[in-house]
Design a binder for this molecule. Structure first.
Ligand code: ADP
Ligand code: MG
Length: 349
């Protein structure tokens, strides 16, 4: 009963500190924040001006005195102060509201999913930041583990599960068995690289300079990895490299698929390495269970089909792949044994 009452008032939080997006979910409630992992601040004073989508709007448009940064862009924390500011902002946002209503409400427990490339020193710093922001305890878990749990894979069984999480800055692949990561690989080839490939293609083939946001929009609108029946098109605006003036052109999905092929093939080649590195006793399990995709990058049309064809193993995209990590972290509040088993301990409290 007491558990129920505390559960009702609890504001324990699960956070996915992603390279492109930060998601926050509230225990008993679900996802409450879904924002880009971007911070805008004053260059000289370092004063934080905006966090999340407000800050993302400023990318590429800031005056000289303001910088808009993605502190986790490459899967490592390139700017600790900005990461910490972001974390504090979201924890406070969720913690302070109920606290005003019920002043004695216990401080929240926080479970944070972080890219597996984050170093021990950085992890400790993330944990400190969460505690500073008002968390009572802060557990860290590795993103591929959280994604696997969120996707409903049997991570506790002695059965190998292969998860591929294609995010913005990194693709994380892991074979998981008995609550542990058996093979792990984190590569800096993911959604951002796809956007860059579209920018390069447009520059070389059409002499048109596109912004990052436009390139991402093109990818989401018409990008694909596998041939489809229809060939949608989209019109983009950029700067003509010859005249320096604005120009519009029509792009079709076939040329965008060609532009993306290199990046997609790099991801598949890394996946092949992971399969090769996997202990042979897991191969049967993986063949049987298939490869599970998570992360926003896995939404690229046909990437599942192409992977399956290339590695000759069935591939399926988890339901709502962009929320798998935060949902996995949230599930851990209900299973303390699993939480204790999967949390990152090295150097942490
Ligand atoms: P992270 O966990 O690294 O923060 P996400 O899992 O949130 O990253 O995925 C972000 C990436 O997914 C971005 O590169 C974004 O452009 C890409 N993305 C989102 N939706 C789609 C889509 N429909 N098709 C292709 N890529 C997508
Ligand atoms: Mg992620």
């Amino acid at each position: 009963m007491l558990d129920f009452i505390f559960g009702f008032f609890s504001h324990d939080l699960a956070i996915d500190l992603g390279t492109a997006n930060t998601l926050v979910a509230l225990r008993g409630k679900g996802i409450v924040v879904r924002e880009p992992s971007v911070v805008a601040r004053h260059k000289k004073t370092k004063k934080i001006l905006a966090v999340g989508s407000e800050a993302k709007k400023m990318i590429g448009k800031t005056p000289a005195s303001i910088e808009a940064i993605r502190p986790l862009r490459h899967g490592v924390i390139s700017d600790f102060d900005a990461t910490s500011a972001m974390l504090t902002y979201y924890i406070k946002q969720v913690h302070e509201k109920p606290q005003k209503l019920i002043p004695n409400i216990p401080r929240p427990k926080v479970i944070i999913g972080i890219p597996s490339g984050v170093t021990e020193v950085e992890r400790r710093a993330v944990q400190e930041a969460a505690l500073d922001a008002g968390a009572r305890t802060a557990y860290l878990i590795e993103e591929p583990m959280a994604a696997a749990i969120g996707a409903g894979l049997p991570v506790q069984e002695s059965k190998g599960s292969l998860i591929v999480d294609i995010g913005g800055g990194t693709t994380e692949m892991a074979v998981i068995s008995i609550g542990g990561i058996v093979v792990n690989r984190s590569v800096r080839v993911a959604g951002d690289e796809m956007d860059q490939a579209i920018i390069s293609f447009s520059r070389l083939k059409h002499s048109l300079l596109l912004g990052e946001q436009t390139a991402e929009d093109v990818k989401i609108a018409i990008g694909s990895a596998f041939q489809t029946d229809e060939s949608p098109q989209t019109v983009v605006r950029g700067r003509d490299l010859e005249t320096g003036l604005p120009k519009s052109i029509r792009l079709n999905s076939t040329e965008i698929r060609e532009a993306l092929a290199d990046v997609v093939n790099q991801i598949i080649s890394e996946l092949k390495d992971v399969i090769e590195e996997s202990p042979p006793e897991f191969i049967g399990d993986i063949l049987e269970q298939g490869i599970t995709l998570a992360g926003g990058g896995s939404l690229l049309r046909g990437i599942d089909k192409l992977m399956a064809q290339e590695v000759k193993i069935p591939v399926w995209r988890s339901e709502d792949p962009q929320t798998a990590v935060v949902r996995g972290a949230l599930k851990l509040f209900e299973d303390d044994t699993l939480l204790q088993r999967v949390r990152v301990t090295g150097g942490l409290k």
